[in-house]
Design a protein around this ligand. Structure first.
Ligand SMILES: [Zn+2]
Length: 236
């Protein structure tokens, strides 16, 4: 009996040890910083799959803890992010957290209302053409204050010009009901239209990005983050 118990304990320990080392290996793999070789091995579809898997971890509260100081050390001399994300400045939608990514994994360009202008185009051309990012995600979100401001024609200093970038999406969104930010369906529709317009603008206004897409080296997709559910829904 004593032997049997001892055997069980050893077997249990071996099992725990095996599971621990398996999960440790998974964490090690997830925490390995992006290098140019690793980035090149990732297809555009796989880049999007990595972001989707990261969002699932975020939703489930199973984000991976990495040694950020070690990652910072390993990326200090170079970077090779596998994706770029165009996001809103909203404090509740930090792309790295929403997609459970870490140092050196993704470029993030952010502005109130996640619209596309020349500065964003240039930044994203660098991200994809020079630095080798394999996917660009234009990420809008629910209950966006910038979208609400555009709908309500808010005027305030330089913010007036910023919100003007979202106005085409307001005009294009044909939703019944009052044309104010109190109309939740309108707010959501404008946010989604704004993302779709951003995605279209990336290839329409950038021959550099268009060529990369045509060559199968880059995918550009829109997505919406739901603040209530934490889920990112991809549009393609
Ligand atoms: Zn926003």
């Amino acid at each position: 009996m004593l032997h049997r118990r001892a055997f069980c304990t050893c077997a249990s320990l071996a099992l725990v040890s095996s599971l621990t080392s398996n999960s440790a290996r998974a964490v090690d793999a997830a925490c390995a910083v992006m290098t140019r070789d690793r980035q090149h091995a990732i297809t555009p579809d796989e880049a999007l799959a990595r972001l989707k898997a990261g969002n699932e971890r975020f939703i489930d509260g199973k984000t991976i803890n990495c040694d950020l100081i070690q990652q910072a050390k390993e990326t200090a001399k170079s970077q090779a992010p596998f994706a770029a994300i165009v996001g809103c400045m909203d404090s509740r939608v930090p792309p790295e957290l929403v997609f459970d990514q870490r140092i050196g994994d993704v470029f993030c360009t952010r502005v109130a209302g996640n619209f596309i202008n020349t500065d964003f185009l240039g930044s994203l051309e660098y991200a994809a053409k020079v630095a080798g990012a394999r996917a660009i995600v234009v990420l809008g979100h629910s209950d966006c204050g910038a979208v609400k401001g555009a709908i309500d024609h808010v005027k305030l200093g330089n913010l007036t010009a910023t919100l003007a970038h979202i106005q085409p999406a307001v005009t294009a969104s044909k939703i019944s009901g009052e044309r104010t930010s109190k109309n939740a369906a309108l707010v959501q529709a404008v946010a989604e239209t704004n993302v779709k317009m951003g995605v279209a603008a990336l290839t329409a206004k950038s021959p550099v990005l268009k060529d990369l897409v045509k060559a199968g080296q880059l995918r550009i997709v829109g997505a919406m983050h739901d603040l209530e559910t934490r889920r990112v829904s991809f549009m393609a």
